[in-house]
Design a protein around this ligand. Structure first.
Ligand SMILES: *Cc1c(COP(=O)(O)O)cnc(C)c1O
Length: 393
């Protein structure tokens, strides 16, 4: 059996005709920059994420970049983030001439640890930390109530890197409110990516910035298109960070299925969990399955919520590289997100020497992502789990 890490075929099949017709319609419309499809998607994502402002941009990377630009992050500034993320989270900080500082992760969720955030902020006696970027890794929200409380206490803006987590939910307490909130709606801004492998993926690149802050939304909107206001009069320098209308049109079609795809991914994750515990009842082996902290919240309230949208289903194992090789020989594709901490990347260590990050380095050596996409069959999942059990026997 051949098990790919990701197959976009099954989900495309559901909407193939509608997407092709829509793309032709945009081509025929001759509106190729901005326009009604981009505005339509912005309104729909804004509503979906329960925010007042949504600005379509060219990628998840540019969503982060333009958000930091809107905060005037530049040389001499520090931005606090997690060392365990995709490179873009740190790349945008360095591109603006600022430097990243890191707070290590919680070994259970792989997300930034709020206690470490507090420690790093306490050590910043000169107040150089100008923003915090938590990442909702693999599709599960970071501990936003604690992070926002710490950040607000010091007046530091929080930009959520929600590239892997559109539609993920968490119970949030802040500003006298308590209840379910969507990823991206808790900080000053949230950044999404529509890279094809994300839960909501375009047929190319795309991204979105969301915010509940009117002034911030206005600034990002301005910077997205060279900062001209009115057109051809520039008091600030922006860039071309526009979202392509063909991508926006396709995303509007796909958005209608997003909740269903989240559900299928959650079901696949639950099936893996069950299959692993069945296999382990015949004799335990060193694999730990992902823990969704919201699971108990779901049981408590009796509602089904996107406490985790499983953009990735990531296990922690012993002898990771040998296991990966073993699975590859059995035509099972896996991936390592990520083999190095950001603090270990050469482009950074060439210019500064960040302290070691114990939990991140351990995770980088032990994590392995298994296929979890909608359309993965139960036979495939059984084959994956059996093959892993065989490796350890
Ligand atoms: C995908 C991703 C990005 C970048 O998004 P692009 O659309 O590929 O530019 C940023 N941060 C994280 C955590 C991501 O997973």
């Amino acid at each position: 059996m051949n098990v790919p890490l990701l197959d976009l075929g099954p989900t495309l099949e559901e909407q193939r005709q509608e997407i092709i017709e829509k793309v032709i319609e945009v081509v025929e419309s001759t509106r190729y920059i901005q326009g009604p499809e981009v505005e339509g998607l912005e309104a729909e994502i804004g509503e979906y994420c329960e925010v007042s402002g949504a600005i379509g941009v060219s990628s998840g990377t540019d969503a982060l970049l333009v958000s930091l630009m809107a905060l005037d992050i530049g040389p001499g500034d520090l931005v606090l983030t997690t060392p365990y993320s995709f490179f873009a989270t740190m790349g945008v900080i360095i591109r603006l001439g600022a430097s990243p500082v890191f707070a290590d992760i919680d070994p259970v969720t792989f997300n930034i640890d709020p206690l470490k955030v507090e420690e790093v902020l306490a050590a910043d006696s000169t107040g150089k930390i100008k923003a915090i970027i938590p990442v909702h890794l693999y599709g599960q929200c970071a501990a936003m109530s604690s992070i926002m409380e710490i950040a607000e206490h010091r007046g530091i803006p929080v930009i959520e890197d929600a590239a892997q987590a559109i539609g993920a939910e968490t119970i949030y307490s802040g500003n006298g409110e308590h209840g379910w909130r969507k990823a991206g709606s808790m900080g000053l801004a949230g950044c999404f990516s529509f890279f094809p492998s994300k839960n909501l993926g375009a047929i190319g690149d795309g991204g979105m910035v969301v915010s509940r802050d009117e002034e911030f939304t206005h600034r990002v909107r301005l910077l997205r298109n060279h900062g001209g206001e009115p057109k051809y009069y520039h008091s600030v320098v922006g860039g071309n960070f526009r979202l392509d209308p063909i991508q926006a049109a396709v995303l509007r079609i796909k958005l209608k299925r997003l909740e269903q795809w989240h559900r299928l991914r959650r079901q696949n994750a639950a099936r893996y969990n069950t299959l692993f515990s069945e296999q382990m009842s015949h004799g335990s082996f060193p694999v730990s399955t992902p823990r969704a902290v919201g699971e108990t919240q779901n049981t408590d309230t009796g509602e089904e919520r996107n406490f985790h949208i499983y953009n990735q289903y990531v296990i922690r194992v012993k002898k990771r590289d040998e296991l990966r090789e073993w699975l590859q020989q059995r035509r099972i594709a896996t991936e390592i997100y990520y083999p190095l901490g950001l603090h270990q990347q050469k482009c950074l260590t060439d210019i500064l020497t960040p302290p070691p990050m114990v939990q991140t380095e351990k995770a980088a050596a032990e994590t392995l992502a298994l296929p979890v996409y909608p359309g993965l069959t139960s036979e495939m999942q059984e084959y994956v789990v059996k093959s892993i059990a065989q490796f350890y026997r």
